[in-house]
Structures are given as structure tokens and as C-alpha cells.
Design a protein around this ligand. Structure first.
Ligand SMILES: [Cu+2]
Length: 344
């Protein structure tokens, strides 16, 4: 559209007003993590759903264990090989409408739950496809050069092979150990490493809960808290379990910035094994307090069906997302093997 204006001294001025093109009227539609739909004809400055956008299913993560590629060594021991790829460019919808740059191991926060049996040789083929240096630092017993602290792995495809014997028995975190550590952890570079005893634990419905938080406005305080990344997820999608069935939860606290976290179970108490290293529980309680990377195994059974909360009893955390529900149904079998798979 062109207008010709005449100025005071007879000088003509040409003013060009662009017409609205069809493309600009076109609505862009985005489906949010929680199923909400956002439509806009406006400019999308920060594209939400691009190739690097990640989705995460806390229900799938809960009972998913990665036993690696298994082979036998000449001395009869078991080798478990894993490939772990670090990236730091993914965008995740942490809470409806809140998009955050997560740094991931194998595309998720937390990374995969790596599981081995005590004495297995664990080999991690680590590839850093990120734009920053990263490493994998496992808690547990291993040689100094496998500690993931001094041998940083370069960006853009750097590689390192971590190799160590799985041990001790228990539940351990792994995380990136590049400075500033706070930044690398709070963006999501952590996961769980379970070492099973050779004689195996008793059958149970097993699950993993990583307690985490997200500082989405970069003020070194968390804005959201969760068990397994998505705030309130297990409240909206209760975890279904059965009466008279042993439940075993591997809990790891990875919350940055806050000195403590905790886990309170309703209508029940759990046997608690700190770090999972002993066969005898240290406590029978409904509440444990955990500092960062503190972890343990909780075992319990429900006698009565119904809905039971579990949550941080640090109320600020539960009100910002760290809360869930066990939906207990009448079980028709006892000591189910459900959830137990020690791999081959
Ligand atoms: Cu890192």
C-alpha cells in the first residue's frame, strides 16, 4: 500500500505500509506437554517445537532400567556396555508454558538409570555432543582416572571410555563434574546407577525417583521441584501399585541450591537402607532427610487400597511440584515379579 504525502514545501514523501500477507495470518499451533494447545498468529521468537525439543515421560522413566549390552568375558565375568551421549541444546517444557534449556545424558533429565550387578565390568562409551565440556562422574569405587573430574571431554564429539568394576552394592548418582558444577547439575546432567547384589534382592515392584529442581529464572533458587522432573506429574498421573506387594523405591536427591530435601509417605512406613549398601534397614520411618546426592532404598507394602500421597515434607517443595500419589489397588497376587528384571 503506497501513500504519497505532500509536505510543507511541496516535497513529496512516499510512505510504504506493508500489507498483511497470508503467511502472517497463518496460525501456528503448539501442543504443550500437558496436552494444552497454544495457537498464535504472532511471531514465534523462540520456536518451541523444533528438532531439539525434548519430551519426557516420568511414568516410563519410573520403572525403566538400562542393563546395557551384555557379554561374557573370558574369565567368566559379565561386561555391560553403555553408550551415553551428552547434549546441552535441548528445550524442555518444565511446567505448562515454562520452557527451559536442559542439558541431557541420552536425551533426558535424568539420564538413563544404569544398572549392573556387583563385580560386573561396566564400560561407558561417553560421547560429548554438547557445546561445552562435560564428563561422567560416578559415585562408587573406581580408579582415579575413571572419576570423571580431571579428564574433561571436549565439546562437539569428544569421547572418553569409562571402565570400572560395578560396586559397591547400592544406589548411586552419576553426574557431570565440570566447573561450574552448580550450572552443569542444575541443567540436568545427572542420573542413577544401581548396583545389584549378586544374590539378588527379593522380588518387588521397583521404581526410581530422582528428586530434582529447576531454576528457570537464573536467580540461584529453584522455581520448580519434582520427583522425576515434571512438577506434580505423579499427582495428576498416580503411580498404580497393589496391596500386599513389596514396593522398592530407589531414591536419589539431586536438588541444587537447597541444603536438604526429604520424602514423606502417607498411610504407611518404609524400611530405609541409606545408599542401599546394607542388607539390613537402618530405619523404619515415614520420613527421611537427604542432602544433595544423598540416596537410599525404601521398601514398603500397602495393606489397604486407596490413594496415598508421597511428597517432600519441606512444604515449599511440595507446593512447587514435589508431590505424588500412590494409587493402591487390591492385589490378587503376592510377591509379584513385576518390576524385577536383573537382565541377562
Ligand atoms: Cu557438564
Amino acid at each position: 500500500m503506497v501513500f504519497i504525502l505532500f509536505g510543507m514545501f511541496g516535497i513529496s514523501v512516499v510512505l510504504v505500509i506493508p500489507t498483511i500477507s497470508e503467511a502472517q495470518l497463518e496460525k501456528k499451533t503448539f501442543v504443550t506437554h500437558t496436552g494444552g494447545v497454544i495457537s498464535t498468529t504472532g511471531e514465534v521468537i523462540d520456536p518451541l517445537y523444533v528438532a531439539s525439543t525434548m519430551e519426557f515421560d516420568p511414568m516410563k522413566f519410573l520403572r525403566e532400567f538400562n542393563y546395557g549390552k551384555v557379554s561374557q568375558l573370558s574369565d567368566g565375568s559379565t561386561l555391560r556396555e553403555f553408550t551415553i551421549i551428552a547434549e546441552d541444546d535441548k528445550i524442555m517444557e518444565i511446567s505448562p508454558g515454562v520452557f527451559y534449556n536442559v542439558w541431557t545424558f541420552n536425551g533426558t533429565v535424568p539420564g538413563p538409570t544404569i544398572r549392573a550387578t556387583e563385580g560386573d565390568l561396566v564400560k561407558i562409551n561417553f560421547i560429548n555432543n554438547g557445546s561445552k565440556e562435560h564428563t561422567m562422574h560416578f559415585h562408587g569405587i573406581h580408579p582415579a582416572e575413571m572419576d570423571g573430574v580431571f579428564e574433561s571431554v571436549g565439546s562437539g564429539g569428544g569421547r572418553f571410555t569409562y571402565e570400572f568394576e560395578a560396586g559397591p552394592v547400592g544406589v548411586h548418582p552419576y553426574h557431570c563434574h565440570i566447573m561450574p558444577l552448580e550450572e552443569h547439575i542444575v541443567h540436568g546432567l545427572y542420573g542413577v546407577f544401581i548396583v545389584d547384589p549378586k544374590e539378588k534382592r527379593s522380588p518387588a515392584d521397583e521404581m526410581v525417583m530422582v528428586l530434582n529442581g529447576f531454576d528457570t529464572d537464573f536467580d540461584t533458587e529453584n522455581n520448580f521441584y519434582a520427583a522425576n522432573t515434571i512438577p506434580f506429574y505423579y499427582q495428576h498421573h498416580p503411580i498404580q501399585i497393589q496391596t500386599n506387594q513389596k514396593i522398592r523405591v530407589y531414591v536419589v536427591n539431586m536438588v541444587e541450591f537447597d541444603p536438604i530435601n526429604n520424602l514423606h509417605l502417607h498411610g504407611n512406613l518404609y524400611h530405609y537402607y541409606p545408599t542401599g549398601t546394607d542388607t539390613v534397614p537402618s530405619f523404619y520411618t515415614d520420613m527421611v532427610t537427604l542432602s544433595q546426592t544423598e540416596r537410599g532404598i525404601m521398601e514398603f507394602e500397602y495393606l489397604y487400597p486407596g490413594k496415598y500421597l508421597f511428597h517432600a515434607h519441606k512444604v515449599e517443595f511440595s507446593e512447587k511440584g514435589w508431590i505424588g500419589i500412590f494409587l493402591v489397588k487390591d492385589g490378587d497376587h503376592q510377591d509379584s515379579q513385576n518390576g524385577v528384571d536383573y537382565g541377562t
